[in-house]
Design a protein around this ligand. Structure first.
Ligand SMILES: Cc1cc2nc3c(=O)[nH]c(=O)nc-3n(C[C@H](O)[C@H](O)[C@H](O)COP(=O)(O)O)c2cc1C
Length: 363
């Protein structure tokens, strides 16, 4: 019998209870110190209570300049790990696998929150100089923050920050670490020729541009225990057909190298590198063909994300072997209990467990 949405997923010695993952989603709900708040515990805890197999934190910055906004989560000190520990603990206690997305926003850092306009934050408003492979800032309509091309010392410090962040994530109780190399943030900026114009060992041809993401994945794998999974999120395409840019064939070439560096699953998203991107449509399953192409190219597991919101749709992705994991974002903002509701709708109520506290509501 083929797997379906409620089949457990074994990765190394870790068993995830089903194939639904809560996609990483920024909550912009820290004070300006990057420490997790009650919001994170209740928000992520509710989705674990709602039955998802994996509950992943939002992009969590490995150093302060790596935050998109001053209100993003961080993990650059032991205090940050201590603040996240109850979150990971509650998720695990609910039977879900706690996961953390480790990130650096690169030249897309130093912005206001979406509900404040997502505009560049100037130094007199608490903004900061951003880091990128090359000097060019993200082309905002408003005055962008100053962007500096990273030196080799900056690159070494970044790798050390990523490694230390992974170590702290483990201390905090997370069981999956995801390297965020998508959506136009720092690691994607190194991959794409649109943003990487370096002429040293971290730029130039394909091999040079992929070097940093390979090294960072290997750093994380090195400190992550053998029995626990490492994921990497990539943007499969820049959606910039009119210029030299990152394409799905580049991603297909990269995927086996990520697996070699220690990635167990490639989480396949797209876009974000430049505002000129032209996405043909963002309807149901719009990035799934990319996940399938990546799946053909690597033995690693593949996660599909983007426009997955219906139980039968998510179930079909697994049944038809189009992906190993259905990663659900915005539907989880609408319904924290997506997985439990999906089980009811798909006649699989006996394969999930409502919290005992809530049984009276479903008897
Ligand atoms: C509010 C919000 C915040 C997001 N934050 C992140 C993030 O921190 N990291 C990331 O990789 N993607 C982030 N995304 C993208 C989602 O993880 C997901 O890839 C995207 O929403 C498409 O999936 P969906 O159609 O199921 O929502 C965010 C999306 C939303 C709506």
């Amino acid at each position: 019998m083929s797997d379906d949405l409620f089949s457990p997923l074994s990765i190394r010695d870790t068993t995830v209870r089903n194939r639904v993952m809560v996609s990483p989603m920024c909550q912009y709900s820290c004070d300006t110190d990057g420490l997790a708040t009650d919001w994170h515990e209740v928000h992520l805890g509710s989705r674990a209570t709602g039955g998802a197999g994996i509950v992943m934190t939002e992009a969590t910055a490995v150093e302060p300049r790596g935050r998109i906004t001053p209100n993003d989560l961080g993990i650059w000190s032991d205090d940050h790990a201590d603040a996240l520990a109850p979150v990971a603990d509650f998720i695990a206690d609910r039977g879900a696998t706690p996961a953390i997305q480790l990130a650096h926003a690169g030249r897309k850092a130093s912005k206001t929150r979406p509900w404040d306009g997502s505009v560049p934050l100037q130094p007199d408003e608490g903004g900061w100089e951003t880091l990128a492979p090359s000097e060019s800032p993200y082309p905002y309509d408003d005055e962008p923050p100053q962007t500096r091309a990273m030196t080799e010392d900056d690159i070494e410090a970044f790798k050390a920050d990523f490694r230390a962040a992974a170590e702290r994530s483990l201390d905090a109780g997370f069981e999956i670490a995801e390297v965020h190399a998508a959506h136009g943030y720092l690691l994607h900026e190194f991959l794409s020729p649109v943003t990487n114009r370096r002429d040293d060992a971290y730029g130039g041809d394909f091999e040079g541009r992929i070097r940093l993401v390979r090294e960072v994945t290997a750093e994380v794998r090195d400190v992550w225990p053998d029995d626990l999974p490492v994921f990497v999120r990539v943007s499969a395409s820049d959606w910039l057909a009119d210029r030299d840019s990152w394409t799905v064939e580049d991603t297909a070439r990269l995927a086996p190298l990520l697996a070699e560096a220690g990635a167990d699953l490639v989480d396949v998203s797209s876009g974000g590198i430049h505002p000129d991107q032209e996405i043909p449509g963002t309807g149901p399953n719009y990035q799934v063909p990319y996940a399938e192409r990546v799946g053909e190219a690597t033995d690693a597991l593949v996660g599909a994300v983007g426009g997955i919101s219906e139980p039968a749709q998510a179930d079909a992705l697994i049944r038809n072997d189009r992906a190993d994991l259905a990663i659900v974002g915005r539907e989880h903002l609408r319904d924290p209990y997506f997985t439990l509701h999906a089980a009811e709708e798909l006649g699989a109520g006996d394969r999930v467990e409502w919290p005992v506290q809530y049984r009276r509501g479903v008897e």
